[in-house]
Design a protein around this ligand. Structure first.
Ligand code: NAP
Length: 258
């Protein structure tokens, strides 16, 4: 396993789903993990669990769409821990609707959390990382940001924007030892996807060549690699972890495999 020994990592959206497992895996790899979300009980019990199992974790309650609060959290972490090595911008939401019915509020909420939240986080994190001449920023996007999806114009725009933001910042900070990469998950079994109807789930599954729904661990292991020293040469990259879902999206004929 790749080591994050002595690294300090902030993981947003750590109260459940993908972020929770990233926090657990990073702690097992030796990092001090700062767990961030709005649900205090959930991140407190995650930090307690990690510490009880011999790892090192703390938690900060924060709505990442509040730029001032998110910036303060990052500054305080770097001050208290002496440095910041890794920022995982994982927190995200969906508020699905067809564009013709989408309310401006649904657009703003999704863009403010998924895209603007990451902007605030990256902007604050690169200062301590530049000082250290080392850093890893990993933004959790989605294959929907690459393909679009009916009913998810706001979500797809936020994730496509996050890919462009990441590629731009990757070029700005590359000479400072900081890498900026994205992980684009396909369908991962979490609360976010549990909401889908059985019919939609069946349709999606038929389009996945590996016929497999991903787990938060699939994403956490990819994040562990990109956060490691060994991934120093990789920046400005968008790593799809999707069981092949979009590589063969238009060509895949589910009937041919039956
Ligand atoms: P999830 O189970 O719904 O968890 C979302 C996390 O984000 C929660 O911890 C939530 O915590 C946090 N969060 C939401 N809004 C926040 C805010 N304003 N401030 C701070 N934290 C906030 O979702 P998930 O499936 O684990 O998704 C994690 C990431 O992967 C998201 O960016 C999502 O878009 C992306 N993704 C997921 C899938 C999938 O199939 N599941 C596929 C592609 C991409 P609180 O509610 O406690 O604040």
């Amino acid at each position: 396993m790749f080591s994050l020994s002595d690294k300090v990592a902030i993981v947003t959206g750590a109260s459940r789903g993908i972020g929770k497992v990233i926090a657990q895996v990073f702690a097992m790899a030796g990092a001090h993990v700062v767990c961030v979300a709005r649900s205090e009980d959930a991140i407190k019990s995650l930090a307690d669990e990690i510490n009880a199992n011999g790892g090192s974790a703390s938690y900060v309650v924060c709505d990442i769409s509040d730029g001032e609060a998110f910036t303060t959290l990052i500054k305080d972490t770097a001050k208290e821990q002496g440095k910041l090595d890794v920022l995982i911008n994982n927190a995200g939401v969906t508020q699905d609707n067809l564009l013709m019915r989408m309310k401006e509020e649904q657009w703003d909420t999704v863009l403010n959390i998924n895209l603007k939240g990451a902007f605030h986080g990256m902007k604050a994190a690169i200062r301590p990382m530049m000082k250290n001449r080392c850093g890893r920023i990993i933004n959790i996007t989605s294959i929907v940001g690459l393909t679009g999806n009916p009913g998810q114009a706001n979500y797809a725009a936020s994730k496509a924007g996050l890919i462009g933001l990441s590629q731009s910042v990757a070029k700005e900070v590359a000479t400072r030892g900081i890498t900026v990469n994205c992980i684009a998950p396909g369908w991962i079994g979490t609360d976010m996807t549990d909401e889908l109807s059985d019919e939609v789930k069946e349709q999606f599954l038929r389009r996945i060549p590996a016929s497999r729904i991903g787990t938060p661990e699939d994403i956490a292991h990819a994040a562990l690699f990109l956060a490691s020293d060994e991934a120093e040469m990789i920046t400005g990259f968008d790593l799809r972890v999707d069981a092949g879902a979009i590589s063969r999206y238009w060509l895949w004929d589910p009937g041919a495999a039956e």
